[in-house]
Design a protein around this ligand. Sequence first.
Ligand code: ADP
Ligand code: ASP
Ligand code: MG
Length: 409
Amino acid sequence: MALIVQKYGGTSVGSPERIRNVARRVARWKSQGHDLVVVVSAMSGETNRLIALAREVQGEPDPRELDQMVSTGEQVTIGLLAMALKDIGVDARSYTGGQVRILTDNAYTKARILSIDEHNMRADLSAGRVVVVAGFQGIDAAGNVTTLGRGGSDTTGVALAAALRADECQIYTDVDGVYTTDPRIVPNARRLRTVTFEEMLEMASLGSKVLQIRSVEFAGKYRVKLRVLSSFQDEGEGTLITFEEDEHMEQAIISGIAFNRDEAKITVQGVPDRPGIAYQILGPVADANIDVDMIVQNAGVHGLTDFSFTVPRGDFARASRLIEEVRQHIGAREVIGDERIAKVSIVGVGMRSHCGIASKAFRALSEEGINIQMISTSEIKISVVLDEKYLELAVRVLHDAFELDREPV
Ligand code: ADP
Ligand code: ASP
Ligand code: MG
């Protein structure tokens, strides 16, 4: 008998019939003698609908009130799933994040989980009930409802598994595992049987939304056994996130390709090339709590240089306003913004022991005439920024170049 946390995403609970399907799957696990805590997202499209509704009323919605209403999507599905379970004779009880007491900080719309009270959940499990918990939400110390950022139900699932020391956390979604890249973009993408924690962390942070990055961080910190599976198939082992690179596992050099359309590029041209300039440009951006991702500064010519960096697209307008002020202050020539960029990244722990990976990637892109605007690398990833219109082509070309559709030998 094991304690299992299952998380079902929006598509998996997207209709009454699908919710009944989830209930049947939960009942099956329960009948095998396991204890179950089930986390659900809002029905697919619902969170987007609620955010759009808020924006109709207030252009830039007040963050506290936004969390208050956006969190209701999950409150609907927990009630429905508990009903569906009772309907087939499985005792269940639903809880909002606040009712469990998933305590978070007060950073509305991107709150972090601080602690989880196990008491209610343990009491229900002992009484033989299935515990159903709303994903994506918590409560701060003052009792305000908070949300954990888009895709945050994954994090609720893994955090509950960590708090309860569950034997496994199963993330059920609309694909049957983690693939070499998004199978919607590359139809011959291949499911990975295992992926290392480090690779998954990179893929999530670089844009593969199959798992929210914080859920992967939690899994790493608390060593949660984490598996991604399909809620539409009865069989299948999905993808297991592993912590050790054991030699029997797949030994690919590249495990996957991630991409992200959520960034925008700002270039300051004709910047006086003197010490402290990077700080003068990026200091105000950091002070405004805007994350800067990639940065490129060219070598100066005649005492002037160009300085480019990327920010989340949602912060682009704000960052551009700040940089225009900086430009005047430092006497730079011009600020150019570009919202139509995308970032493509190849990820693999095998890169550590292989050289020539970057040049192979750059050659593949150049053969298609795709211009690379920025590059950044780490031990296990190479990222390039390019024109958004080449994104899908670039992902396919790289997937082919590294033969990711084939099982590594
Ligand atoms: P859920 O609503 O279940 O949380 P998401 O839409 O958040 O589901 O995540 C699943 C989606 O992630 C898939 O439908 C797929 O299009 C996308 N995805 C992106 N990258 C990958 C990848 N490497 N492997 C599998 N799915 C991926
Ligand atoms: N419903 C939330 C969202 O759409 C949380 C989640 O689905 O994980 O972002
Ligand atoms: Mg998701």
